[in-house]
Ligand binder design. Structure first.
Ligand code: FAD
Length: 282
């Protein structure tokens, strides 16, 4: 089933993201995690695509495991470091496996990367266009309530989001955020700029003391002062996890009340927190 139909059909759906393993010998372990996660009956589950396509084969393998578990898979695909031939072959593989949903991404720019002669895609909107041209896939794109780090300002970033929509992106999934106000403001600005597709909030429950520095650095987002202060009062990761669950429950309740199309959980390493959050919001 296509994700645009899933999010149009039900009230507020819940979806999860998983990572494929980096090495083939870990694939059985990831499949076990998937087997557990599908039991919670998310409306879809996304599988990330490794930078530079390193784990590209594993993405389809895990997407298949999700499908076998009775849940709709969403396969991520990045393009910057790939040739057109590579992208074509991944799309052929997804099509052959009956995978209907792709999240079209550029991918981060690797250190010291230079566009080679065989590289074809510079930005995600070109990949959206390429995938849509096949006429088979429902395509989503990424967006950033706190602005993508390379964008000079939010208006420019939203301009390029709109371009992805014009090329055929049917929904967007946000980078994770902890301050709903940032998401609400972003959606409002995107609507004013003519972005009409559903914008699915990406949520990750805060879990460990070390994430106070890791999350802002890795995802280029701010942690609200109130959350930071609550975490600073904690002595253990278990206490920080509890604070994270409570924060996430409040976030989700407010987002649902606001009429968001869906909640997408970045669930790697946080499935126990997400189960607890789900218990409290439904
Ligand atoms: P783009 O839409 O190309 O945007 C990148 C930057 O370029 C932005 O600043 C934008 O404003 C600007 N821009 C866009 N088009 C143009 C243009 N024509 N001219 C000038 N500037 C332009 N990474 C992975 O490696 N694997 C994954 O599986 C993965 N999954 C993700 C899922 C989500 C929901 C999100 C939010 C991110 C994910 N990422 C993943 C990270 C993503 O690849 C990076 O954030 C990357 O740096 C940007 O990708 P994009 O698709 O948003 O790129």
């Amino acid at each position: 089933m296509k994700i645009k139909d899933i999010i149009n059909n039900k009230k507020v759906t819940v979806s999860f993201e998983v990572f494929p393993p980096k090495q083939w010998d870990k694939i059985a372990n990831t499949k076990k995690i998937v087997e557990e996660m599908v039991k919670d009956k998310p409306s879809f589950m996304s599988v990330t695509y490794g930078a530079a396509g390193t784990t590209s084969g594993f993405t389809t393998e895990i997407a298949n495991a999700i499908k076998e578990g009775g849940v709709e898979p969403l396969s991520h695909l990045t393009c910057l470091t790939s040739t057109k031939e590579k992208i074509d072959s991944v799309l052929d593989e997804l099509e052959a496996n009956g995978i209907e949903n792709v999240l079209a991404l550029r991918g981060d720019i690797p250190k010291d990367f230079e566009m080679g002669e065989n590289q074809y895609f510079h930005h995600a909107f070109e990949l959206v266009n390429e995938i849509k041209a096949r006429g088979k896939f429902c395509v989503g794109a990424a967006c950033y309530p706190e602005k993508h780090e390379e964008a000079p300002n939010m208006d420019t970033d939203i301009y390029w989001l709109k371009k992805k929509m014009e090329m055929g992106a049917e929904y967007a999934v946000t980078q994770l955020f902890y301050d709903n106000r940032k998401y609400f403001d972003f959606v409002e600005r995107a609507r004013q700029a003519g972005v009409t597709i559903p914008i699915i909030p990406g949520i990750k429950p805060f879990k460990k003391l070390s994430q106070l520095s890791i999350i802002p650095k890795t995802f280029k987002v701010d942690l609200p002062e109130e959350l930071t202060q609550e975490v600073l009062k904690c002595n253990t990761d278990a206490e920080a996890q509890q604070v994270g669950i409570e924060w996430c429950v409040q976030q989700c309740k407010e987002l649902i009340a606001h009429g968001v199309p869906s909640l997408h959980f970045y669930s790697v390493g946080a499935t126990d927190s997400i189960r607890e959050v789900a218990k409290q919001i439904y």
